[in-house]
Ligand binder design. Structure first.
Ligand code: ARG
Length: 581
């Protein structure tokens, strides 16, 4: 009963009414949504408009019949306080406080904030995915934060999640870089091991300049690619060192962010590339276009309006990003048996993924009826000037510096607010708040739109921020230290004050929110929810005394559940809860 959403309870009641009223009409199921205007009620059902056409009577007549039925139905009398027809045939519904109280009691007793799914699925989330020998940039930060949040939600629901870091660790760029490194005076493997990621970035840029300017070097670099792909031991050795150096830098960031992700880079799929080309060739999907092997897909054109090919093998026989993604998709469906695959990258790659999905579909690799694939695109991170986020030097800000700055700003704020904490407390809570603020700011903005990065804004204590949610949680915890909770068994909760009723209702809306995020893959649905919960709680805190009230034990249950939901919600966002604020 607690795992059902409020909407589904109302839909059940309305369905029961239509089944009784129109038993042979075979009407589509009712849809219930939150009321547009709270003065009309909590929820509304607009389905009578649709049904009226099918039944050949007016929507108002249908709605009236349903409402009359709900008035006499025993079950709905228990759930609904008010149900009425409005306008041309809307049905407005308001919950009984006693019904919400009953749900709150059940939630408290069973202690299952996020009910597990009855049908666990295999979900792959491909996220973060930086490129070896390059610094992670803010785009990878967004992918990491969003991908981790989505993974956490699927995990919490009991799905089997495979978090994959599809790092760019293979391809022609590595031939160039390795050839350049080998040509440096004093080159040795030991020397290579001393490089940092910044060294690799610099060397990469140098190699690119040489590649473009020097035909001789270009040739060497191309031969190096062949050697690397052929498994030459010295090339592979340098390649591994380069990967290790990059991995070390990335893991520093993942540790700071508290993110777990399994590295399975492009190189993993390298042995599968010839086979996927063979398969497509056999099935006659590949078209020769100026020597390259391509797929032409309906509906994809370039800026000039000409067909845009998906190039799967270059004219020189080499493979590319598209080939790897095609092979990876096949591997994930066939070997990993994924039911759902989610790719988190910037919006710039939307066409790439649409084409991969479409091509795989046409080639019979992907069956959308059994595997759901989603590209989860996100917008840019903008600096305070509204332009693409960069540091003063013009270089893209190093992520690690950005995160450290957020922590140190949080530290300054906390010291000003709480002069009496211990050093250990400043350290721990500044970390929680600094990292939490960065994540929350990202997740709370609509994923697809660009968002402005501002330390000042993300660290505010008021509004839809990490600090406000954390602060509300800390407040719950501090109330709970002073009061007695009602016993879990045979708990009897009542709700009286409007602020109590509203808070209870918002608590009951968590399952709907989770369902919405799973469907839309928009984490801001969850932050919006947590914000509305924190606001409802603060109104309750203002209006209703807990400690020393005659209903202290019952009210304490509301505070307890609010705290649990806030903590769970923050956890799903990848954010820790502080002990004080
Ligand atoms: N390495 C790529 C980049 O930095 C992202 C990879 C995303 N995943 C994928 N399967 N293509 O843009």
């Amino acid at each position: 009963m607690i795992s059902s959403t409020l909407e589904s309870v109302l839909e059940g009641l309305v369905k029961k009414a239509t089944d009784t009223l129109y038993p042979s009409a075979n009407l589509p199921p009712p849809e219930v949504v939150p009321a547009k205007d709270p003065s009309f009620g909590d929820y509304q059902c607009n389905s009578a408009m649709k049904w009226a056409k099918q039944l050949g009577i007016s929507p108002r007549e249908v709605a009236t019949a349903i409402v009359e039925h709900l008035h006499i139905d025993e079950e709905s009398q228990k759930v609904l306080d008010r149900v009425e027809v409005a306008g041309p045939g809307f049905i407005n519904m308001k919950f009984r406080a006693s019904y919400l109280a009953e749900r709150i009691g059940a939630l408290y007793e069973h202690d299952e904030i996020i009910p597990k799914t009855p049908s666990p699925k295999r979900v792959i989330v491909d996220f973060s995915s930086p490129n070896i020998a390059k610094e992670m940039h803010v785009g990878h930060l967004r992918s990491t934060i969003i991908g981790d949040c989505l993974s956490r939600i699927f995990e919490a629901l009991g799905h089997k999640v495979l978090r994959l870091n599809h790092v760019g660790d293979w391809g022609t760029a590595f031939g160039m870089l390795i050839a350049h490194i080998q040509s440096l005076p004093g080159f040795s493997f030991e020397q290579v091991k001393t490089y940092t990621l910044s060294d690799l970035m610099r060397l990469y840029k140098e190699s690119k300049v040489r590649f473009d300017a020097d035909p001789l070097f270009r040739k060497t670099a191309q031969q190096e690619v062949v050697r690397l792909q052929g498994g030459d031991s010295s090339s592979l050795f340098i390649w591994r060192i380069i990967c290790d150096i990059s991995r070390k830098a990335y893991s520093e960031i993942y540790d700071l962010l508290d993110v777990k992700v399994e590295e399975r880079g492009e190189s993993f799929y390298n042995p599968m590339l010839p086979k996927i080309i063979e398969e497509l060739e056999e099935k006659k999907f590949l078209v020769n276009s100026e020597g390259a092997k391509c797929m032409f897909l309906r509906g994809f054109t370039n800026r000039e309006g000409n067909p845009l090919p998906l190039m799967l093998q270059k004219s020189d026989g080499g493979y590319n990003y598209d080939t790897t993604d095609m092979a990876a998709l096949a591997q994930r469906i066939r070997e990993e048996k994924a039911d759902r695959i989610i790719y988190v990258t910037d919006s710039g790659q939307a066409t790439h993924f649409q084409m991969i999905f479409e091509a795989a579909n046409e080639a019979g690799i992907l069956n959308p009826n059994t595997t759901r694939v989603d590209h989860v695109p996100f917008g840019l991170v903008l600096g305070p000037d509204g332009k693409k986020f960069k540091t003063r030097s013009g270089e893209t800000e190093r992520l690690i510096d950005l995160l450290q700055t957020a922590i140190s700003r949080a530290d300054t704020m906390l010291r000003a607010r709480n002069p009496d904490w211990t050093e250990e407390e400043y350290k721990q809570i500044a970390h929680t708040l600094g990292i939490g603020a960065v994540k929350y700011a990202d997740l709370s903005s609509h994923r697809v739109s660009d968002y402005m990065f501002s330390y000042d804004r993300m660290l505010r204590f008021e509004g839809n921020t990490a600090a406000f949610i954390m602060y509300s949680y800390v407040r719950c915890a501090s109330i709970l230290r002073k009061v007695t909770l009602a016993p879990k068994k045979d708990v009897h909760i009542t709700l009286q004050h409007p602020s109590e009723i509203l808070l209870a209702k918002v608590i009951c809306q968590l399952p709907t929110t989770i369902e919405e995020v799973v469907e839309s893959l928009l984490p801001n649905r969850l932050t919006d929810y947590l914000y509305s919960l924190a606001e409802a709680f603060n109104a309750f805190f203002r209006d209703c005394r807990v400690e020393g009230d005659i209903r202290e034990q019952e009210r304490a249950v509301l505070v307890f559940l609010t705290g649990e939901v806030l903590k769970t919600g923050l956890h799903l966002l990848g954010i820790r809860t502080p002990t004080k604020m």
